[in-house]
Design a protein. Sequence first.
Length: 276
Amino acid sequence: MNLKDLQLKSIEYRKTILEIIYNGKAGHTAGSLSCIDILNVLYNKVLNINPQNFNNTDRNRYIQSKGHSVEALYTVLCDKEFFDKSELKSLNKFNSHFIGHPTKKVNGIEHNTGALGHGLSVAVGIGIGFKLDNKPFKVYTLLGDGELSEGSVWEALTSANKYKLDNLVVIIDRNRLQITGSTEEVNPIEPLADKFKAFGFSVKEINGNSLEELDNIFKTIPFESEKPNLIIANTSKGKGISFIENVVSWHHRVPNDEEYKLALEELNLEHEKLIQ
C-alpha cells in the first residue's frame, strides 16, 4: 500500500469513526481521530494480522492499551474484514459486544484492556513469552498520554527494561489533551522522553499524524539491541476535523446533526483533493 492509499484510508477511517459514534450516541471522538493514522499504518503496513492468521500463535500482536479510543480499533478491524460493517451499528447498544472498551468478544481484539493503564503490562508479558519461546515476532501497544498517570504503566516499563524486550514497541499518542484539560495542567508528565530513557527505553519522536513518518519509523525497529522501543507520536487530538482539533471538550463529545454533516463535508473535500 503506497502513501496515497494510506491517505485515502485515513479519510475513510475518520468517516467511519464519526459515523459509528454519531449513530451510537457515545464514544471518544477526538482521541480516536488522533490515533487512527497510527492504526492505519500498523494494520496496513506492519502487523500482518488478518482473519486468516489471527488464531495462529506465530504472528505479531497488537494491544490497545488506550482502550477508551476503541472506536478507532473497531474501524480498522472492520476494514480488515474481521466482521461486517453492519455489526458496528450496534455500538453502545444493549447486549452488543461493541462496547466502549476493547473486549475479546469482538473478532480481532487480542485482549480485554479496559479504559486505560492495563495494556502495557499485557504487552510486556507477550514480549517475554516471545523471548522464552525464541520467537521472532513483535508486540505493539498504543498508550494515550493521559494514561501515563497510571502507576501500572511505570511498573510495566521497569519489567520491559529488565527483560531487554527489544521486541516490544510502545507508542504514545501524544496529543497533549486529556479528560478536562492539557496533560500538563491535569498531571504534568514532561520531560517525557527523558523519563522513558531513564527507564531503559530507546526513544524516538515523530509526527504521529504523518503516515510517511510512521511508515518509516516502524521499518527501523529495533532501535537498539536489547532495549525496548518507544515512539512518542506527536498528534493533534481530533485530527482531520477543523472544529474538533485540539478542543478539549471533544474528548467524549458526540457530534450533533449539523456537526456530523460539517465533518463529513471536510473529509469529502480532502478526499476530492487527493484523487484529482
